[in-house]
Unconditional design. Structure first.
Length: 590
């Protein structure tokens, strides 16, 4: 049986100050340690290549090692169905790559071999982790260990499966996609599967002639890009040659971490956007609702509600729940009420006259369908978390939006109340009757992030306690403590409006108390992301992403330690998972 917790009423740790130190700092009485660093073997039996500190591992080796830039993550106790707190699987995303760090010579001598290594550094890891003698480590070898890359075959489910817009020369039926990429945040289902969310996939595709279609423009595909360079050697990512390949990305993918030979499934019913995360709740009558943000300026918040009900113990049936249901987009009214508008073909203008031939097309063009319905344009929706002690109560980070109120851009509305929103905010809503199947809700602004020392009123915020900005990662733990992780862009860290605020950080709050307390500060140039607690709430896993990222975003291969050498101290920086425990063995945050 699962441990049960009362809702925490106070935070028990002493907050840590702002930091510009190149390390992870946690409160007195806690220990944080990095493991499963980029390049560490994932633990596949018979294939455990060691990391080479000069970044000379091959593409094949990279496919059996931790990818770059860890992001969302979930813990699954072993054995399946148990509440073990000392042994389990961590499934995690490797969101993107920095080719300046990935290769000794960066993008010099760019060729297909380099593209393959770059691709193999993205995707998902499933690692077996175990706590022995009070220390967590990766179990190697492990029969569960797995890397999923942009080459792993995946099945497409739902109304867009087999749609003409999903067909390519390599997949004329439009039902098998190779791989997943740009996986940002995540979700976790009650039946023990991992949901990984494809976010900035459009950054990888190019249309070199700049003959951009309306669909490409709406999702931000451009004629060139200089960060990934895959399209130069791999024509799958050139949309002039493969115009439908981008339509096969931007989905939520379900992975069974317990079966390393299982085929991941892309669930088109959850819409095609720049998916940040996928927070699932079981509704009072047993359907599932999944809440999702589309992280770009002026994009929308979505909800999927399943047609069928969750059946305790029937994993096979539950694994099909995300294939059928209804997708909705959120409208936040000025008076604090809100509505979920259905993205259903044939209704509310989602018709052939408006460019939607069928439900599959509505889903491939989810953003355009949201436009037709008049959904509310938000300040970059990132993570969404459901309050475990209050049914139908959801919180969403709106990380920032410096373009709100700029000429030609939308101005403020009640749900996005600040122009030039540099610090972001957190919004919360309560579904009618606390029921995720309902189509109306009440909302309010939970907190306006900010810096009270800022000369500009719109940057001051209303935080009581430790201040922060650009909230991104957001999750309740089992005790109802809400954890917030920041992603201030490296170009602004400790500068401009963020002067004096140091590196990125993680803070805790308990709704109703109004108090925010800083729990962790991150190494130089990194963001803090990924939140996974063990069922006893005594171990917290987080990820440090892009340590050492320079102000301009691209690492210099000739000087990879210019900003950070975390976590090894003697070599190029490496994204890593950090395991945090309390020295007295107590619950985290107590
Ligand atoms: Fe990958 Fe929206 O953060
Ligand atoms: Ca994020
Ligand atoms: Ca972010
Ligand atoms: Ca990120």
């Amino acid at each position: 049986t699962a441990p049960t917790f009362e809702r925490a009423t106070s935070l028990g740790f002493t907050s840590v100050p702002f930091s510009t130190e190149d390390k992870v700092i946690v409160p007195k009485g806690y220990t944080a340690r990095a493991f499963y660093k980029w390049g560490d073997p994932v633990g596949i039996v018979g294939n455990m290549p060691k990391f080479k500190f000069d970044a000379s591992n091959s593409a094949e080796e990279q496919a059996a090692q931790a990818g770059m830039h860890h992001d969302g993550m979930a813990f699954f106790p072993l054995p399946y169905g148990s509440n073990t707190a000392t042994h389990g699987l961590l499934a995690m995303n490797h969101e993107y790559v920095d080719n300046g760090l990935l290769f000794k010579d960066g993008i010099e001598n760019w060729d297909l071999t380099k593209v393959r290594k770059s691709q193999n550094a993205m995707g998902i890891s499933v690692v077996e982790v175990k706590r022995e003698n009070n220390e967590w480590s990766v179990v190697m070898p492990s029969s569960f260990a797995r890397r999923i890359t942009p080459h792993t075959p995946m099945l497409v489910t739902g109304p867009a499966a087999g749609n003409d817009l999903m067909k390519t020369a390599a997949d004329p039926k439009g039902i098998v996609v190779l791989g997943t990429m740009q996986n940002c945040a995540n979700g976790k289902t009650p039946w023990g599967t991992y949901l990984t969310c494809e976010e900035n996939w459009s950054d990888i595709f190019v249309n070199p002639s700049n003959n951009l279609t309306a669909l490409e423009k709406r999702y931000g595909i451009k004629s060139k890009e200089k960060s990934y360079l895959w399209s130069k050697e791999d024509e799958r990512f050139n949309t002039e040659i493969n115009p439908n390949e981008p339509n096969r990305f931007g989905w939520v993918v379900e992975i069974d971490p317990f079966n390393p030979t299982s085929t991941p499934r892309k669930h088109t019913m959850l819409g095609r956007i720049k998916h940040e995360g996928a927070e699932m709740v079981i509704t009072p009558n047993g359907q599932v609702a999944v809440y999702m943000g589309d992280d770009q300026r002026f994009e929308y918040i979505y909800k999927f509600v399943s047609k069928n009900r969750y059946k305790e113990g029937d994993r096979v049936a539950n694994m099909r729940l995300l294939e059928e249901g209804t997708l909705y987009v959120a409208k936040f009214n000025e008076d604090g009420s809100g509505e979920w508008l259905p993205l259903v073909f044939g209704q509310n203008g989602l018709t052939p006259e408006n460019g939607f031939a069928d439900q599959g097309e509505v889903l491939v063009k989810t953003r355009m369908a949201g436009d037709v319905l008049g959904a509310t344009k938000m300040d970059r929706p990132e993570w969404i978390s459901a309050d475990p002690f209050e049914s139908g109560s959801l919180y969403c980070t709106l990380t920032n939006n410096s373009e709100r109120g700029k000429e030609g851009k939308p101005g403020t509305d009640a749900a996005n109340p600040r122009n030039n929103n540099r610090f972001g905010h957190i919004i919360r809503w309560k579904e009618k009757n606390g029921d995720g199947t309902e189509l109306s809700f009440k909302w309010n602004i939970f907190v306006l992030a900010g810096n009270p020392d800022s000369p500009k009123e719109e940057h001051r915020g209303n935080i009581m306690g430790d201040i922060f900005g650009s909230p991104d990662g957001l999750a309740f733990d089992y005790r109802g403590v809400l954890w917030i992780q920041t992603d201030v862009s490296s170009s602004r860290l400790n500068e401009k409006e963020y002067a004096g605020m140091g590196n990125n950080q993680m803070v805790a709050t308990i709704p109703g108390t109004g108090e925010y307390r800083r729990f962790l500060t991150a190494p130089n140039g990194s963001e803090v992301t990924g939140i996974a607690f063990t069922p006893d709430n005594k171990t917290l896993f987080i990820n440090i992403q892009h340590p050492g990222e320079p102000k301009d975003g691209d690492s210099d291969p000739l000087n990879p330690t210019a900003v950070s050498s975390w976590p090894d101290g003697h070599s190029r920086p490496r994204a890593a998972t950090v395991v945090i425990t309390k020295d007295d063995g107590g619950v985290i945050g107590s």
